[in-house]
Design a protein around this ligand. Structure first.
Ligand code: PRP
Length: 178
């Protein structure tokens, strides 16, 4: 392993075991529900979405959306802007929004509100990790992988300046690493 590799916070094995548990729970909850659409939030969700969706035992389709935060990037203003909407028609379908991380909660709060305009049958949320201490708004995560502290985390879709997104584990970046 690279000596500069981020310190492991959540191992690949622990992630994969938890993703399987979440997939089994989702498969059970939606077993008789009808059309389920997984909506991945770009870019960070792409690996979690890929693994989660392949472990479901129920029919599902995939959509993506992209958002961007207003502000200068270092100080989040809390305002979120839609950059790319879903392509397919999700009217009357069950939507599961899939995020890699919930930090302040602004993105997920905005997305659950925005998604209602598509008139889905239901909207639920899944996130691999949540920084509970960073919450600025109340937002429900129906399917949560792990609660973590206030570290800067990378891997399994999460980046720091676009680096380390494809690490198979979740690692911690220290200021001295960047
Ligand atoms: C991350 C993450 C969420 C959002 C969560 O995206 O994927 O979408 O931040 O933060 P919040 O709870 O404070 O709103 P990011 O802006 O890093 O973009 P990326 O997914 O393209 O890396």
């Amino acid at each position: 392993m690279n000596s500069n590799a981020p310190e492991v916070l959540i191992s690949e094995d622990d992630i994969q075991a938890r993703v399987l548990e979440l997939a089994e729970q989702i498969s059970a909850d939606y077993a008789d529900a009808g059309d389920l659409v997984l909506v991945g939030v770009l870019k960070g969700s792409f690996i979690f979405l890929a693994d989660l969706s392949r472990r479901l035992s129920i029919p599902r389709t995939i959509e993506f959306i992209a958002v961007s935060s207003y502000g200068n990037g270092s100080v989040a203003s809390g305002a979120v802007r839609l950059v790319m909407d879903v392509r397919g028609n999700i009217d009357g379908k069950h939507v599961l929004i899939v995020e890699d991380i919930v930090d302040t909660g602004h993105t997920l709060k905005y997305l659950t509100g925005m998604m209602k305009s598509h008139r889905p049958a239901s909207i639920k949320t899944a996130a691999l990790v949540r920084k509970a201490e960073s919450a600025e708004v109340d937002v429900t995560v129906d399917y949560l992988g792990f609660d973590i502290g206030n570290e800067w985390v990378v891997g399994y879709g999460l980046d720091y300046a676009e680096q380390n997104r494809t690490l198979p584990y979740i690692g911690i970046i220290k200021p001295s690493d960047s």
